[in-house]
Every structure is written in structure tokens, then in C-alpha cells.
Design a protein around this ligand. Sequence first.
Ligand code: ADP
Ligand code: MG
Length: 361
Amino acid sequence: TGRLKLDVLRKTFGSGDSAVHAVDGISLDINPGEFVTLLGPSGCGKTTTLRMVAGFEDATSGRVELDGVNLVDQPPNKRPMAMVFQSYALFPHLSVRDNIAYGLKLKKLPAEEIKEQVDLALTSMNLNALADRAPNQLSGGQQQRVALARAMVMRPKVLLFDEPLSNLDAKLRVRMRQEIRRLQHRLGITSLYVTHDQAEAMSLSDRIVVMNAGKIEQAASPDEIYRRPASEFVADFIGRANFLSAEVLHKAGDSATVKVLEREFTIPAHPDVEVGRPALVLVRPESVRLEKVAANGSTNNVVGDHGQVLAAVFYGENVEYEVETEHGTIVVIESDPDPAQIHEEGSEVRVDFNSERSWLL
Ligand code: ADP
Ligand code: MG
């Protein structure tokens, strides 16, 4: 159990000229135990969607179903769901132990069972040593672990997260991501997670739902979203993107032959691509290779023979270039660079890209 279904869900705030279509007809089927992330820029409707699922907000139209039951008449506290917030929302006057026990006490479970459940949650979230502290005696990461423990102790069918890691520093954020992922895997609870952070979405999710202006742009696995984005918006929002203008000459199955400037090559293509229409070749920065101009390798798949390095920034594990080409400025990332081989700013290079790793949309 824990199959969550959103059916043409809408939320409009206000009316007439001042109406805001915060959520504009979203449909989504989430499988039991699946971890799905709503990802998109600020204001695209993520929180409003989550609040309608939780029942904090009434839908203007559409339905939320859990295991085939319409939740419309169920108030938030009757829904078998638990929510984790960015602000932790712990009770300041209660100890860690009592914060975690709070919901179970409301449910009027026997004291012994409550203690058992809370001890289990304390242990699994590594909070035993902190059980008697007040929230203000904890770090941000510790507070968020208490909030997680408090949510999971309720044994919800669905866990909802609204940007739960946004208040933590970068290193802790990465560690907490892994903790959330491990916990969710172990418990197998259906999870709907909201974030505007693409790295967080990529590392946590079975499926990412990219939202833009109240609508779903694409719902797919992280790999699919990154490699085969459905739109320019998705390609640009997830990771770094270079776009080359192309003319579609021929299409066969999953690939197309395109002309980019004066060259032709065949690359994987989105199903909506049509012959005769302008299209864009997406080339990720790590799929571009730079060669010193003197080198005399294959000219296969070369787009823009010629480039000039505008900037080269060494980050240790990789080096990032900006290269001026006939297609405009292109970003190139080489991993594990040999410091002696880094192309200097101002140097002439040949720009090669991996057509198999490119994508036409
Ligand atoms: P996100 O979480 O993706 O940043 P929200 O769901 O919070 O986006 O907001 C979506 C849109 O709805 C925004 O334009 C926001 O200003 C608007 N909105 C959200 N809540 C309200 C509200 N209570 N009243 C009016 N407008 C709202
Ligand atoms: Mg939000």
C-alpha cells in the first residue's frame, strides 16, 4: 500500500485579473515505496502541490487518492501521512524524546508501546545521546534528524518533505541526503519530496518531476531527465547545457540526422523532433573534448573545428573551460585533468563532441 495518485490537480489563488494558477492541472501516479521529487524554480507550485496532498490546502479542482480512496473529505490529521518541513517545526518546550512521542500520545497508544517505538526511532536516527535535550540545544542537522524520527514513528503510508535540508550547510546537506535515502529505502515508505536543488533531486529520487509555472514539464528517472530532457527548460534546469542550433534532415526510429553549421551527423532524438523544423542539439559539458590545434585526430563529429579558450578554471577534480566557437560560447568540463595539459586562456583548440552522448530536442 501507499499508492498515491494526483489527478488533474489544480489550485488557483484569488480570482479574476489577480488569479494565480499556482498548480495548473497536475497528474501523477506514485508507486508504493517510490521516492518522487518535485523539482523546479521558486514559485512553480511545488509547496502548494505538497500542501494539497497533505490536506493543508483544498484543491480548486482535481483529486488526491491514496490506495484508490479519494482524500477530499479527510482532514490533514486523518491522512496517514507525515510531513517534514524546512523549519523543522519542533516543539521548543519539549525534549527530543517527547517531540518524537508527541504524535503517538495524541493517538493514545499505551505508554509502553510509545516508549518502545520512540527508543527504536532514537536508535535508528542516532539520537540516543540527545534524547533529553531541548531543540535549542541541538545543531540544525540534529534538529532535522529529530523531525525525521518524529515523522517516521507515526508509520505513515506517505512521507512528505518540503525543502527539509535548505537550512543546513553544504556538507551536512549531502550527509543528510544519504541518511534520508537510507531511511526511506529501509522503511519503503512512499515519499514525495520538494526541492529546488537539482543535485538533491538527482541523488535522492527514483523519479524526478520537473515543474514549471504550475505544470509538469517532465516526469522521469534522474538519468532520463539528464540525458533525454523533454524540453529546453528541463535541459537547462538540470545540470549545465550547451545548445547548438540544428536543421533536421532525416529521422529514423530513435535518432535523427542533423546539419549543424556545415556538418551532418546522426544523434539520439526526442520523439517530437520533426524533419524540416528547427531543433537544438544538447551537448553536456563533459561530452565535449578539446584538442590542441596542432593535434591531427579524426574529424568525425567535429562541430566547429575551431575554438578559442576564453577561460580555464582549475577545480582540482575537474577543469572548466569557456570556449568561443562558431556556435557561440560553449562550456566544457574535463574531469581528472593533468595540470600540465590544461589549455591556457587564449589558446586555439579543436572542439570535438561525443554525438552518442548528445540529444536532439
Ligand atoms: P514553490 O513552492 O514552487 O516555490 P508555491 O507553491 O509556494 O511555489 O507557490 C506557487 C505560486 O502560488 C506562487 O506564485 C505563489 O506566490 C502563489 N501562492 C502560494 N501560496 C499562496 C497563497 N496562500 N495566496 C496567494 N498566492 C499564493
Ligand atoms: Mg516552496
